[in-house]
Design a protein around this ligand. Structure first.
Ligand SMILES: [Mg+2]
Length: 158
């Protein structure tokens, strides 16, 4: 079964500009593309899982986010990187949400859609919140830990 790496976006792949809404301001960390290419070449499928509460807060629109994501995908494609899917939560923190991190819902969605082995997959993020879906500790004590976690510094350094 396929292994995956679930990547946070802001602060992990690109500099966190606090509610990034302008594709022109997207700034990838040096080495992001090359690091992701190595993961891809090692057999991992790559996904982005991102909370975009700026939409729910009214700071920017869904279209703004899609434009930023398009630029991001284009930049990564230059290094031969393919992102299978971007999972995003547009809700503000107080709003009900199906998949907003720390919910592990998008991991299970991806598992079902792409036939992933979550027990051999990883999450990478710059905040503890990004890693909580992998432990799913807020959800069910009986649910097995879906996947392992890594800090983004590992990617930045590679
Ligand atoms: Mg982040």
């Amino acid at each position: 079964m396929t292994r995956a790496v679930f990547l946070d976006r802001d602060g992990t792949l690109n500099v966190d500009k606090n509610y990034l809404s302008d594709p022109a301001k997207l700034e990838l960390f040096p080495g992001t593309g090359k690091a992701l290419k190595r993961l891809q070449d090692a057999g991992f499928k790559l996904f982005i899982v991102t909370n975009q509460s700026g939409i729910g807060r009214g700071y920017y629109t869904l279209d703004d986010m899609h434009r930023v994501n398009e630029r991001l995908l284009a930049e990564l494609a230059r290094d031969g990187v393919r992102i299978e899917k971007i999972y995003f939560s547009p809700e503000a923190p107080e709003e009900p949400s199906r998949g907003r991190k720390p919910s592990p819902q998008f991991l299970f969605d991806a598992r079902d859609e792409f036939g992933l082995d979550l027990s051999r997959s990883y999450m990478v993020g710059d905040k503890l919140l990004d890693l909580e879906p992998a432990t799913a500790r807020r959800w069910s004590a009986r649910r097995r830990t879906p996947c392992a976690t890594l800090w983004s510094s590992i990617i930045s350094r590679s």
